[in-house]
Design a protein. Structure first.
Length: 60
């Protein structure tokens, strides 16, 4: 990436463990590499959102 650009990525995952748990593992690795992570999920995903390693969370 170019210097000065925000390392920002949005991960979209449905509200089931089969979608959120792989996205959580990816988010952890991205954050380790210096990325800011946004989570976009549905209302079912709200129960997992508190433990998800995202900088911001959006429920749709």
């Amino acid at each position: 990436m170019s210097a000065g650009r925000d390392n920002l990525i949005a991960l979209a995952a449905g509200g089931t463990g089969g979608h959120l748990f792989p996205a959580e593992a990816l988010a952890q690795e991205l954050k380790r590499r210096g990325w800011r992570v946004l989570l976009v999920t549905d209302a079912r995903g709200a129960r997992y959102a508190a433990s998800f390693p995202a900088d911001e969370r959006f429920m749709i």
